[in-house]
Design a protein around this ligand. Sequence first.
Ligand SMILES: [Zn+2]
Length: 261
Amino acid sequence: MKPLLYYIFIVAIIPGMLIGVQTQESKINFTDHGGTQTYLSMRYPGYEKEFLLGHYDPATYPNFSKAYRFCKEGNIYLLDEVYDAFIEMAEAAQKDNIHLNIISACRNFNHQKALWEAKISQLSAGLFQFLDPLRQKQIVELALQFTAMPGTSRHHWGTDLDLNSSDPNFYDSDAGIKIYNWLLANAADFGFRQVYSAHQDRSGHDVEPWHWSYYRLSIPMYFNYIDKIKNSDIKGFSGDAYLSELHIIPMYVSGINPEMK
Ligand SMILES: [Zn+2]
């Protein structure tokens, strides 16, 4: 009996356990307006590290489009599915006399690096490389209040949008409150959620009422990122040496609205 059970275990149970694990990992549950649904990663079989880190050009990357409707700025790129969903949302908003427009969408690594370096340079009066490590770390922490490190920004994914204004004061005005309340009430119906939300248990970047993400694609991307990206993959900019010490991935990349992961 013992050898037979042994073979049953090897032939049937172990592969069954492996399949079970794979199936669990390949499904992503999220709560939609229709209830809890499951996205099969078969539809989105996986994202390359280089894509997740923003090392590509959205102007030539497959399934990306240049946005021309409901945009305040030029050169706005985002994934086709995200753009279609956004247009649907912006048209619905218009019927409620709410005017949505995109001020920033896909930013690749180099684009994010330019924003990051400008902020570091501003905060250190251009002297970052000459500062001692403790002061450098403080400058990096300060910069993180305004912008994500290159390689850790969700804007690399083509799923995340900044809407109307990135000035927090705007969202204290009547016009800003009206837009924000409309988004809170309706955006999820079109596949969008606020990433840097007001949840108490969230770490990382400050609340951003303007930053919305197409969660139907960005949730699978987030899980790909957490599975695949290591600190050593994120480099090539001022302050990259503090990535691990400042717990950038757990505190910032994962410091998002709990409904986004
Ligand atoms: Zn943003």
